[in-house]
Design a protein around this ligand. Structure first.
Ligand SMILES: Nc1ncnc2c1ncn2[C@@H]1O[C@H](COP(=O)(O)OP(=O)(O)O)[C@@H](O)[C@H]1O
Ligand SMILES: [Mg+2]
Length: 432
C-alpha cells in the first residue's frame, strides 16, 4: 500500500495547499494505476530528502522528472478531479448528474437528468469562488430569471438557477451532440458566405428577441453558438451573468488561451457602464468576420494588444481577405463592427434586414442608409464621435478635397486677368 499521507508530512508552515495537492496527486496516480506503489514511494522519499535540504518540489514535478508519469496523464487526472466534484451534485435535489460534457474559461458543463420531468438537461456549474462575490450572485439570479422568461428557437433555453454546497449552477436545455461554430471552424477553417449567413441570421433573430426584452448577451462568440443535429443555430449562455467583463479577465490571464478578447466590443474594453445591445451587434459582426475569413478581426500576441486593436486599428474589410465574399457582406460587417457604437446599426432589426438582403443577393439598404447619414454629418462637420477615440474602421473614405467657396472667386478672377494679359501680349507681338 502506498502511504500518501507521507506527502502531508510538512514541517513548513504555509505549505498546506501544496501538501493537499501532493496527497491528491499521490492518491489519484495510485488509484488510476499509472504507477506502481514502489515508484510512488520512491518519489515520496525523494521529495522528503529534498525537503530536508530546504527545497520544496511538488510531487507531480518529481514524478514527471523521474519518468513515472507524463504531464498529459496528470492533466487527465486533473480533469477527472473536476468530475469528482460532480458527485456532490448528484445530491442536488431533483437532478442526477450523468457526465461532464465540457469546460470553458469559467465553468464546467454537465449532462444531467431532471428527475421531475424525466428529461435530459445541461447544468453549468460555476466555480465556488464566485459565491463570495455578492454582486455577482445578485446579477446571476436576476439575469437567470430574465433569461428563463425568453422562449425562442434560436436561444438555448434557460431553465433554472440555484446553489448547492456552495456551487452556483445554471440549468439549461441540453443540445444533443453539442457542436459549436468554433468546433466547425476548427474543422473547416472558413464558412461559405451562404452557410455563414444561415447561422448569423438565426443568431441575429435570437438577439432581436432578447434585445426587445431588455436582455443583452455580452459574450457572443463562436463557442457560444451551438448547432443542433438538424442544423438549427442556438445562442448559448444567454442570461449567464459574466464574472467580470472580458477585458478584466483577459488582463488577469496574461496571454493565456482563455479570456482572449477576440470578439469584445470597444466599449466593453473601455469599461463603460451602460453597455447596451450594440455591444452584441459588434460581437456578432466579429463572429461573422471570423466565420467567413477564417481569421479573427484582430490578432495580437497578448490580450492587451488585441484590445488595443479593437479600440484603434482599422478593420481590414472581410471581402479584402476573401475575394469570394460579396461587397454587401463586407458593408454589413463593417457597419456592425464600427468602433463608435453610434455609427453601428442602431437596431438589431436593421442588422437582420440587411443580413437577409445580402442572403438574397441584394445590396444592404440599412448599411447604406447609415453610411449616407454619417457622410452628410461628416460633411457638415458634425460627426457624432464618442470622446477619446475615432471610428476609423467605419468612417466613410474622405472625398477628394474641393476648394472652399471663398477661394473659388479670386481664382477665377486671377485666371481671367492672366487670359487678358496673354491676349494683350499676343496683340503687341502681332502688331510689332
Ligand atoms: N446547453 C448545452 N448543451 C450541450 N453542450 C453544452 C451546452 N452548453 C455548453 N455545452 C458544451 O460545454 C462546452 C463549454 O461551455 P462553456 O462553459 O459555456 O464554455 P465556452 O462558452 O467558453 O466554450 C461548450 O463548448 C459545449 O461543448
Ligand atoms: Mg459558453
Amino acid at each position: 500500500m502506498t502511504d500518501c499521507s507521507m506527502a502531508a508530512d510538512s514541517s513548513q508552515p504555509g505549505q498546506q495547499t501544496s501538501v493537499a495537492s501532493d496527497t491528491y496527486v499521490c492518491r489519484t496516480v495510485v488509484d488510476a494505476k499509472l504507477a506502481t506503489s514502489e515508484e510512488v514511494q520512491a518519489c515520496l522519499a525523494k521529495q522528503k530528502k529534498l525537503r530536508a535540504s530546504g527545497r520544496h518540489v511538488s510531487l507531480a514535478e518529481i514524478m514527471v522528472r523521474a519518468g513515472v508519469v507524463t504531464v498529459s496523464q496528470l492533466k487527465r487526472l486533473k480533469n477527472r478531479g473536476d468530475d469528482t466534484m460532480s458527485h456532490s451534485f448528484q445530491q442536488i435535489p431533483g437532478f442526477h448528474i450523468l457526465q461532464k460534457i465540457g469546460a470553458g474559461a469559467m465553468a464546467s458543463v454537465y449532462k444531467a437528468r431532471q428527475l421531475s420531468l424525466d428529461r435530459i438537461v445541461a447544468i453549468k456549474v460555476l466555480p465556488k469562488r464566485l459565491s463570495e462575490d455578492p454582486a455577482f450572485v445578485e446579477r446571476f439570479y436576476k439575469e437567470g430569471r430574465a433569461a428563463a422568461k425568453l422562449s425562442h428557437n434560436n436561444i438555448v433555453q434557460a431553465i433554472d438557477v440555484g446553489e448547492h454546497g456552495g456551487y452556483h449552477y445554471f440549468v439549461m436545455e441540453y443540445v444533443e451532440e453539442g457542436r459549436t461554430v468554433y468546433d466547425e471552424q476548427v474543422k473547416k477553417h472558413a464558412y461559405s458566405e451562404q452557410d455563414a449567413l444561415d447561422v448569423v441570421i438565426q443568431i441575429a433573430k435570437a438577439l432581436e428577441h432578447a434585445h426587445a426584452r431588455g436582455l443583452i448577451h455580452r459574450d457572443v462568440k463562436p463557442k457560444n453558438i451551438m448547432i443542433t443535429k438538424d442544423g438549427t443555430a442556438k445562442l448559448a449562455d444567454m442570461g449567464l451573468a459574466r464574472e467580470a467583463d472580458d477585458a478584466a479577465a483577459a488582463v488577469e490571464e496574461k496571454g493565456r488561451a482563455y479570456g482572449t478578447p477576440y470578439y469584445i466590443s470597444p466599449e466593453q474594453i473601455r469599461g463603460v457602464e451602460d453597455v447596451d445591445f450594440r455591444a452584441d451587434i459588434y460581437s456578432l459582426g466579429a463572429t461573422f468576420y471570423h466565420m467567413v475569413t477564417g481569421r479573427v478581426p484582430f490578432e495580437g500576441t497578448s490580450p492587451a494588444a488585441i484590445m488595443q486593436k479593437h479600440l484603434r486599428e482599422p478593420l481590414v474589410p472581410p471581402d479584402h481577405i476573401n475575394s469570394d465574399l460579396s461587397a454587401g457582406l463586407g458593408e454589413v460587417v463593417e457597419r456592425a463592427m464600427a468602433k463608435d457604437r453610434n455609427t453601428r446599426y442602431q437596431s438589431t432589426r436593421d442588422l437582420l434586414m440587411d443580413l437577409e438582403m445580402v442572403k438574397r443577393g441584394e445590396a444592404p439598404v440599412q448599411a447604406h442608409a447609415n453610411y449616407d447619414d454619417k457622410l452628410l454629418k461628416d460633411l457638415a462637420g458634425g460627426a457624432d464621435e464618442e470622446a477619446g477615440f475615432t471610428d476609423s474602421s467605419s468612417s466613410p473614405k474622405p472625398l477628394p478635397a474641393l476648394p472652399k467657396p471663398g477661394y473659388v472667386i479670386p481664382m477665377i478672377v486671377g485666371l481671367i486677368i492672366q487670359f487678358i494679359l496673354i491676349v494683350i501680349l499676343l496683340a503687341v507681338i502681332i502688331a510689332g
